[in-house]
Ligand binder design. Sequence first.
Ligand code: FES
Length: 149
Amino acid sequence: MKQSMIINGKAHEITVDGDMPLLWFLRDNLEFTGTKFGCGSGLCGACTVHVDGQAIRSCITPVSTLVDKKITTIEGLSEKGDHPLQKAWLNNNVPQCGYCQAGQIMNAASLLAVNAAPTEAEIDTAMQGNICRCGTYQRIKKAIVEAAD
Ligand code: FES
């Protein structure tokens, strides 16, 4: 099928199998490989991107549901990697292996977009679906608090 989408600010007219999950379209067709495959079942958050500003799981989102939608990946979150969250991530040396971190940042960015000063409890609630096998949760929370300041 043919459809249009705006990805990281650029319009795309695409011909693709509509059942294809957005994750694979981003990674394989557009080489936006910052978005990661973890579980493939909507359970871990590694594949989180924004659709019209809302965090979604790209591994379970068929491309056909995204006609004319605005999609933002970690590559499009900021011009130069200088989103307040990205700076706070660096300041706090958040990543260990790093695999889940793009999804963590994208989920946190959608939180801060609607709640500029979340409490720690609100951060915990918003971030609970993003799994980190290295257990960097305390640093993630610290960085989100710092970015929200
Ligand atoms: Fe999409 Fe785990 S890879 S939620």
